[in-house]
Design a binder for this molecule. Structure first.
Ligand code: 3UK
Length: 502
């Protein structure tokens, strides 16, 4: 089955036929209706066509969350060109690398974004959305554009995964992928309908935010609230009070910061019915504290750029705190050993997944593709999981495959040691990796202290004793360094490989 399907048309057009005046986007003081959204998309696609950008060519989008992002992203897809959304906060060299890697022919950004200076031999056109020339080009372009007749398995867009190691990799996705994640996760796990209002702290350039703020609300004929600014806890709380979202999405650190802010400012949770956390594991305590203060559950779920969105998730009313829950409808999962053979529940192994939304390959990375996109449509997530026999099959995250290491022939999961260290009142944040002593791996910890604590040898002793009281001795860090901050990716994930001292 490989019918004609254009994702931009599939996500938007039915809503225009049904109710063109319904608000699709809330943005500052503006409301963008479905009719206006479709017009903006068509005009952008037409502008691309007139400029000579052809279907299949790549176009970089470096924009804050805004209606302009929707027009450029969906306008490209409607025309058949592949949008490549990137964070508007990358360095110039970060953009140059991706322009070159993707062979991008066009760039859509703002004059005040560092992407404005990006360069590359393939780049032919630049669109600056905050200029009068751009406004004139859009106004002159026709508001009618027939969707490019793509097949559902043709590539529609490409994301870049900042990855936990090495250079970012292009992850192409097909026309059917956004529709598939909306019809499985959003509809069947979140129960999303046209009465919902979506609000995501995670931005549109990140696969998590792209689903939360674009494909899910559009597929449901619902509304989305966009925040173009870097998220600060007071702004987020204000926006929740002002726009009254029903669904809220953020990474765990944001929930943590919001809880701390709520100690001084009250939160009007108003219409909120469900919250979602992804990006890294949500600590069980955070789930309980949030539930107690707001009355709303946070559903932890694991997703990835390669899978486009969440494939294992908790369910409303049946949350198992501290786990990633169970497979989302439409997804098959298996935990495997080094030979790709399924292991029984209760055994630690790599998580492989299979579903309709997975990227078919990496862009120009045959070696990485062979490692990750496995036989019969399976995708190796690179994550280590245990499926607990006791908790109705909930999956418990054990860390990235490449972060795990062995000490005295025993596996050490950095996140277990980090969780214990974090329980100590002196510890704000920490990351565990390993160093070699006489050729053998030993745990090493970097610790960011809470204000008021001093990093000295006495505290090292205290923290080591705290770990020893809670975990086997081989897991106890032989070295603890106090630092100001931890190395993180664009999307806020700790890069443990950068701590390794081999
Ligand atoms: C880790 C988690 C434990 C895990 C993402 C939701 O994070 C997303 O995509 P990325 O490509 O990273 C994927 C990797 O992040 N991870 C994500 N969620 C969890 N680990 N518990 C979780 N709940 O290592 C995974 O392989 O940046 C998240 C939707 C779309 C996404 N792209």
């Amino acid at each position: 089955m490989n019918g004609i399907l254009n994702a931009a048309s599939e996500l938007v057009d039915p809503n225009v036929s049904k109710n063109p005046d319904k608000t699709a986007i809330y943005y500052r003081n503006e409301k963008i209706s479905y009719g206006a959204l479709q017009e903006g998309i068509n005009r952008f696609g037409k502008l691309l066509a007139q400029t000579g950008v052809r279907p299949g060519e790549r176009l970089i989008i470096a924009l804050p969350d805004s209606p302009a992002f929707f027009y450029a992203f969906l306008g490209s897809i409607r025309h058949g060109a592949w949008p490549v959304p990137l964070s508007p906060a990358l360095s110039r060299t970060g953009y140059d690398f991706i322009v070159q890697d993707a062979g991008a022919v066009a760039l859509v950004t703002r004059t005040d974004c560092s992407a404005a200076q990006a360069s590359g031999s393939t780049l032919r056109h630049r669109f600056y959305v905050d200029t009068p020339e751009y406004a004139a080009g859009i106004t002159q372009a026709s508001p009618e554009l027939a969707p490019h007749p793509s097949r559902e398995t043709d590539i529609a867009f490409m994301l870049y995964s900042s990855g936990s190691t090495g250079n970012p990799k292009g992850v192409p996705h097909r026309h059917r992928d956004m529709v598939a994640t909306a019809d499985t996760y959003a509809r069947q796990v979140l129960d999303a309908t046209e009465t919902d209002r979506f609000f995501s702290v995670a931005k549109l350039f990140f696969a998590f935010g792209l689903g939360n703020s674009l494909s899910f609300p559009l597929r449901a004929g619902a509304s989305v609230i966009l925040n173009p600014d870097p998220p600060t806890p007071p702004d987020i709380l204000n926006m929740i009070g002002q726009y009254r979202p029903t669904l809220f999405f953020a990474v765990p650190t944001i929930y943590n910061m919001l809880l701390k802010t709520m100690e001084t400012e009250s939160l009007d949770t108003g219409a909120l019915r469900l919250c979602v956390s992804a990006g890294e594991a949500l600590p069980a305590d955070l789930f309980h504290d949030w539930k107690r203060l707001t009355g709303v559950e946070i559903l932890d779920g694991i997703g990835s750029t390669e899978a486009l969105h969440i494939f294992l998730s908790n369910r409303a009313g049946q949350v198992r705190p501290g786990t990633s829950g169970t497979p989302v409808p439409g997804w098959e999962t298996k935990v495997v050993d080094e030979n790709g053979r399924a292991v029984p529940p209760g055994t630690l192994g790599r998580l492989w997944i299979r579903g309709d939304a997975t990227a078919p390959h990496y862009w120009n990375r045959p070696e990485k593709t062979r490692e990750t996109m496995r036989e019969e449509g399976w995708l190796d997530t690179g994550d280590v999981y245990i499926q607990t026999p006791g908790t109705e099959g909930a999956f418990v995250f054990q860390g990235r495959g490449d972060d795990m290491f062995k000490v005295d022939a025993n596996w050490v999961s950095p996140i277990r040691v980090e969780a214990v260290l974090r329980e100590h009142p002196a510890v704000l944040e920490c990351a565990v990796s390993h160093r070699r002593l006489e050729g053998l791996a030993k745990p090493l910890a970097l610790v960011v202290l809470r204000p008021g604590f001093e990093g000295n040898p006495k505290l090292v002793g205290t923290l080591r004793r705290h770990v020893l009281a809670n975990l086997p001795a081989y897991m106890c860090p032989v070295q603890i360094d106090f630092v100001q901050g931890l190395p993180k990716t664009e999307t806020g994930k700790v890069q443990r490989f950068r701590l390794k001292k081999d």
